[in-house]
Design a protein around this ligand. Structure first.
Ligand code: PEP
Ligand code: MG
Length: 567
């Protein structure tokens, strides 16, 4: 049977069916004010008990940080007056019994979430359903309904709620398959975080499974085998051992520092678009965020986000990073990134036009709002501010002066922020790379944006597929610029990282290491491969690679050489 493999690994065990006892509408109406008052009290007690239950699950020491965040969301939803008020209104004005009132209110909320365009938000309908079921169980005196599992249990269910998944005893539950669900459903996210193989979105065939049937679950391929023959079981036992060995290898890598065999340590961090990407960064062994692209916060909406909305977004990133550094890049719109509600003029050369820091310095209100929101969030973690598309020293000084104004406004209003917040610039324009010695005196760090640096240095539009063969980070001109930025950073004692795609190219790792790059920032999934190169090589070799490459005349020679030594 085929489904969607959402959490890799292989499990061979016995089926345990979870069938939900659905609460149903009874149509019973309340008779008088005494019954109404008693019903409201019973409902409030059910909510309080539901919150206590979730608190108890949350306080279990084996619960991961990721699960704690989900449970906190559930406590927030349970405490949300909107749900309570909706139910109480139905009890008081329509005389509905609390069970019916709750079912109707939850159904309305679920419908709202399910009709949202964003897949992630749609999947949150499961949270609402989950808390609805929890209140309902308490209302009907059914308690928390935890299950006793035998060892090697594979759970089979139509769907699993987040709390079902969180409370699973992973020493006994070795996998699960559900009829419903998607890659972003909570059950899938939690299974992945717990390392339980899981297949969701299986067909109706799943209902043919009976308790204690033997099941093989392949979470990688998304396959479920029911009562397989001995031959297939033998085959899968071998696959399971091979997978375990591979996973164990990666796991040990995840917790290792990115340090060469002769002791040179660098930082591997993630490029993210919001707090929700952070778990993946840490899961893959990242140690912080080298680039938080803030554009997503401004996209897919009709107006600019308010300072408070932005504050919440940056605060979440700071909190989820748990003290690890997060470099927040100020808005980088223009070029190929447009906002429907911000009338950017059509331009002949948008990438050379009105974009990023140029817009921010021109639209001071927009900029100061963002800076104040980041500053306010800076008390919740280690946030740093980075300005994109800097092409001269004046732009840095103007940006710093607006940052100073933002700080002064917060001071005046008695609002806390990190007064010593670090600031840096992206080096993605050739003039900035060439004058890195001058710019280094103005900031605390550089981050090299090779995506733009490459297009501007080579005069190759990064969006134009007709000339994509000319887009070449190994061009000696680009490499000389990168090398200069790192060298000047070292001379002036400031941190230099890279957050362009080149940081995740295994072909470039030794070369960049040899140049002295201190931080490699990339999408989470690329981190293990780059870490594996770093921990299996030494600084001496990296320096030699750098020296050799800088003597070469063409990118063809450089690439051929790097391919030769990377094999
Ligand atoms: C870059 O230019 O290298 C970069 C990281 O920024 P973006 O890709 O968002 O332009
Ligand atoms: Mg860029």
């Amino acid at each position: 049977m085929k489904g969607i493999g959402v959490s890799p690994g292989i499990a061979i065990g016995k089926a345990f069916l979870i069938q939900k006892k659905e609460a149903v509408l009874t149509g019973i109406l309340l008779n008088d004010s005494a019954e109404i008052q008693a019903a409201v009290e019973r409902f409030d007690l059910a909510i309080s008990n539901a919150i206590i239950e979730v608190e108890i699950i949350k306080n279990n020491p084996s619960i991961s940080d990721n699960d704690i965040a989900i449970l906190e969301t559930q406590i927030e939803l349970l405490s949300d007056p909107e749900i309570r008020d909706g139910v109480v209104e139905k009890i008081e004005t329509e005389h509905k019994n609390p069970n019916d009132a709750l079912l109707e209110v939850i159904a309305d909320f679920v419908q709202v979430f399910e009709s949202m365009e964003d897949e992630y938000m749609r999947a949150r309908a499961a949270d609402i359903q989950d808390i609805g079921a929890r209140i309902s169980k308490n209302l009907n005196g059914q308690g928390s309904g935890n299950y006793e599992f035998e060892p090697d249990t594979i759970i089979i269910a139509e769907d699993l709620s987040p709390s079902d998944t969180i409370t699973m005893d992973v020493s006994r539950v070795i996998g699960f398959a559900t009829q419903m669900g998607s890659k972003t459903s909570h059950a899938a996210i939690i299974a992945k975080a717990k390392g339980i193989p899981a297949v969701v979105g299986c067909s109706e065939e799943l209902v043919s499974i009976k308790n204690n049937d033997v099941i093989i679950l392949d979470g990688l391929k998304g396959e479920v085998h029911i009562n397989p023959d001995q031959e297939l079981i033998k085959e899968y036992k071998i696959k399971k051992d091979a997978y375990r060995q591979h996973a164990d290898g990666l796991k040990t890598l995840r917790d290792l520092p990115a340090i060469t065999t002769d002791g040179l340590q660098v930082m591997l961090s993630g490029n993210i678009s919001g707090a929700e990407d952070l778990a993946d960064v840490f899961d893959n062994g990242g140690e912080g965020v080298g680039l938080l692209r803030t554009e997503l916060l401004f996209m897919n909406r009709d107006t600019f986000p308010t300072e408070d909305e932005q504050f919440e977004f940056y605060k979440q990133a700071a909190l989820q990073a748990k003290g690890k550094p997060v470099i927040v890049r100020t808005i980088d719109i223009g070029g190929d990134k447009n906002l429907a509600y911000f009338n950017l003029p059509a331009e002949l050369n948008p990438f050379l036009g009105y974009r990023a820091i140029r817009i921010c310095l021109d639209c001071k209100d927009l900029f100061i709002t963002q800076l104040k929101a980041i500053l306010r969030a800076s008390v919740f973690g280690d946030l740093k501010i980075m300005f994109p598309m800097i092409s001269n020293i004046r732009e840095i000084r103007s940006a710093q002066s607006i940052l100073k104004e933002a700080k002064a406004e917060l001071l005046r209003d008695n609002i806390a922020f990190n007064v010593a917040i670090k600031t840096g610039v992206m080096i993605e324009v050739p003039s900035a790379a060439i004058t890195a010695d001058l710019l280094a005196k103005e900031v605390d760090f550089f981050s090299i944006g090779t995506n733009d640096l490459c297009q501007y240095t080579l005069a190759v539009d990064r969006m134009n597929e007709k000339i994509s063969h000319l887009y070449d980070p190994f061009n000696p001109g680009v490499l000389r610029l990168i090398s200069n930025v790192i060298e000047q950073g070292q001379k002036h004692n400031i941190h230099v990282g890279m957050c362009g795609e080149m940081a995740s190219d295994p072909l470039a790792t030794l070369l960049l290491l040899g140049m002295g790059l201190k931080e490699f920032s990339m999408s989470a999934a690329s981190i293990p491969a780059i870490k594996s190169i770093i921990i299996n090589n030494n600084e001496l070799k990296a320096r030699q690679v750098y020296k050799n490459v800088m003597e070469m005349e063409s990118s063809e020679d450089i690439i051929a050489y790097l391919e030769g030594i990377t094999k």
